[in-house]
Design a protein around this ligand. Structure first.
Ligand SMILES: *Cc1c(COP(=O)(O)O)cnc(C)c1O
Length: 400
């Protein structure tokens, strides 16, 4: 595959403010004026470049941020949404009707799991949760009702890497839509370049990077995004998960430093993962040579962005995990909090938080141990002092 630098693609996309400002102006309006009614009729019929109707449909700054995201994902188009869950639910509802089926990886974000397991059935949409790494099982699970294959590029919380090129072949063969949640690996993986049809993100995480807002996006073809914003039938137009324009403006500015942050998160995470492994801990990090998905990851990632900022470590028991996290917070390693992609290190116990929607027996089946501690590694200039503190805390619980 040809080399791709998502940060260079974003950098080439220039938008100026009203007075030549280096940042585009923030549009502080819900509605837009027209010179005459005829022009308004025309816009109801089809989109006109540079012409806006109402902010739930499009507004300039949301368009700029969407355009920048489509550059990053190398897709024809994109649309920002008010949350990652809004991006996921809108993309699904745009495609599926009552009676349709979805095939989904079983190690996915807890909120997505709950949407699929508890909410979609209310609309008559059923989801088969399977081991997405078993490609013959994917093939066997497809019926004439199947519309979507859904997976995360790097799964939560075990950090398994999805073989996007291989699954895309299966998806294309059966005429399905292949959706990838790329929240854990922006810039590192470009799912649509690898054969996915739609990429969704929770921009709440790495893309924004400051844990000060909730936002999402959908990146795909012109046709798919045009369908989403269709005034008469589009999922985002009619369900209305519009991103506030002030937030869109701040996320767009943060997006321009994403490549530097992703590299630093990854550099710090790789250091810690290697050190944890040397200490004999059970570590989940796909950038480790010993990881079962290392070679696959290396073959599909964009070079130069590292392996991501997420690590999971097995602390043996839930009691140990709780004790360790409490002590690490006291030692100021970072914060005991859910979420990820923040400039400081965050840690949580997935079995009791972000993956708690997944039933216990299911958690055991997928290897999601109660003692697992998930880290989102921060941007510490020097990560060694944090490592020393973590080591000290681990010794207190006889983990090393
Ligand atoms: C957080 C998260 C979501 C949900 O995003 P929100 O912005 O919280 O709605 C979806 N997928 C993954 C992988 C996530 O980490």
């Amino acid at each position: 595959m040809k080399k791709f630098d998502p940060s260079a693609a974003i950098n080439e996309y220039l938008v100026f403010g009203e007075f030549g400002d280096v940042n585009p102006s923030i549009t502080d309006s819900s509605t837009y004026t027209f010179q005459n009614p005829g022009k308004m009729d025309e816009l109801f019929d089809h989109e006109i470049e540079g012409c806006f109707l109402y902010s739930r449909h499009w507004n300039p700054i949301n368009k700029y941020l969407s355009n920048a995201l489509s550059k990053m994902e190398d897709t024809e188009s994109a649309q920002v949404t008010s949350s990652g869950m809004a991006a996921i639910s809108s993309a699904i509802l745009e495609i599926c009707s009552t009676g349709d089926e979805i095939i989904s990886g079983r190690t996915i974000y807890g909120g997505t799991y709950a949407l699929f397991k508890n909410f979609l059935p209310k609309l008559g949409i059923t989801v088969k949760f399977i081991d997405i790494h078993d490609h013959s099982l994917i093939e066997k699970s497809i019926t004439d009702k199947t519309k979507i294959i859904y997976a995360e590029s790097i799964s939560n919380p075990l950090l398994e890497v999805t073989d996007i090129p291989a699954i895309s072949k299966i998806s294309k063969k059966h005429g399905l839509k292949f959706i990838i949640d790329n929240t854990f690996s922006p810039m590192i993986i470009s799912p649509v370049r690898l054969g996915a049809d739609i990429t969704v993100h929770s921009m709440t995480k790495f893309i924004n990077g400051t844990s000060d807002c909730v936002a999402g996006c959908i990146c795909s073809s012109h046709d798919f995004i045009a369908g989403l914003v269709d005034i008469n039938s589009g999922a985002t137009m009619l369900l209305g998960p519009v991103l506030d324009s002030f937030r869109a403006a701040s996320i767009l500015k943060n997006l321009h430093s994403l490549h530097i942050r992703i590299k630093k998160h990854g550099e710090n995470a790789l250091f810690l993962a290697e050190e944890f492994e040397k200490l004999g801990l059970k570590v989940f990090y796909p950038g480790l040579r010993s990881n079962k998905h290392f070679e696959l990851y290396d073959s599909i990632r964009n070079e130069g962005f590292g392996y991501g900022g997420m690590i999971a470590v097995d602390a043996g028991s839930y009691e140990n995990a709780c004790g360790l996290m409490t002590r690490m917070q006291e030692e100021k390693v970072g914060y005991l909090a859910v979420s990820l992609g923040y400039f400081k290190t965050l840690f949580s116990s997935p079995g009791h938080s972000t993956s708690s929607e997944i039933p216990e027996e299911e958690q055991l089946k997928i290897g999601l141990n109660k003692g697992l501690v998930r880290f989102s590694i921060g941007l510490d200039n020097d990560i060694v002092p944090a490592f020393e503190k973590i080591k000290k805390c681990m010794k207190e619980f006889n983990l090393i």
